[in-house]
Design a protein around this ligand. Sequence first.
Ligand code: NAD
Ligand code: WQD
Length: 347
Amino acid sequence: ATSDKSNKRQVLVPGGAGYIGSHCVIELVKDGYEPIILDNECNSSIECIKRIQQIVGCDIISYKIDCLDLESLRDIFRKHSIYAIIHCAALKAVGESVQKPILYYRNNIGSLLNLLTCMEEFNVKNFIFSSSATVYGTPKYLPLDEKHPCIGDAIVNPYGKSKYMCEHILKDTTVAHPDWNIIILRYFNPVGAHESGLIGESPIGKPNNLMPYIAQVIVGRLPHVNIYGTDYDTPDGTGVRDYLHVVDTATGHTAAMKKLEENCGLKIYNLGTGKGYSVLDMIKAVEKASGKTIVCKEHPRRSGDLASVYADPTLAIKELGWSAERTLDQMCQDLWRWQSNNPNGYL
Ligand code: NAD
Ligand code: WQD
């Protein structure tokens, strides 16, 4: 096996061609790491990797590999001396997960198990995992802190359950490997795009999430925004969420990379702003950033949706020295720049 010549710490990023992973890759380069993208492109494209290289001004090592292909994964670990893994590869469409639970459990849990197998075989001890506020189920209190119970039966879709199960696999793994450092990051609602307008969210098919949906309406790809539920117990009746800029989400990962150096063992952090905005707030904010008027249609609640979800971000502030810095206006301005420059995403 050839050993790698790079003197930079190599960080494997499964899902690195995806929305959050691509923004993480950029922050890793800025912080002096050498990211290695691993992506099967089931929800992304090689074009994103080209854009990343344009932004950072250097080549990025990348492999079009499925994390479910253990032998191909092993080849990567033989070829490179991996310092850490930032695992962003997963299927994440909640609605689809209800229709295709076997696909979701196999992909999301199988990918994790293969990566952990390679960590054992190649003596890699540092791992950062993309989890989700969805593991909290229906909030018993707000804001949500990391002590809030996570009860599997309270999670109503296979996607969310797959994240919950992955967290338990990681907790059990740290018992078996007390010298490993595993940081679980529970993202709330990452939105927006890199300020360059060169990369952003480009879901294949109709977007499930609010902000990419609004983005496609403002560029004319979709006729109107559907507002699911106007009778929630919230200030204006529409759902409230903790939206954070995707670049802030990415800097949460480089802050976690520094934490790994403290031999931190297992740590769990929310990545959120601590502030909730409603659907109507977000629509108004995008209208302000784009100068466009957004047509909306009201509908009954979407099954499985919650009224209000927002983070208590204080643990990440205290232990990672990280907080979300970008404003709602910046989230919407960056979203508008990305989508108006790329009406069809990377296609
Ligand atoms: P995304 O779909 O843009 O990125 C995921 C990437 O992983 C895609 O490029 C896809 O091609 C790749 N991928 C999926 N399965 C793979 C496999 N088996 N092998 C190799 N590559 C594979 O999604 P995202 O929004 O960037 O999410 C990244 C991570 O963050 C996911 O784990 C997701 O569950 C989690 N997350 C996302 C959000 C959100 O709102 N976007 C919120 C919480 C958690
Ligand atoms: C936000 C708000 C909707 C779409 C999901 C996953 C979560 C994570 C983030 C991966 C809600 C309303 C939405 C639309 C609407 N993904 N809405 N019209 O549901 O908070 O979280 O994505 O990990 O796991 O559950 O995000 O963007 O889908 O919805 O009115 O077309 O917008 O009811 O109040 P959500 P979302």
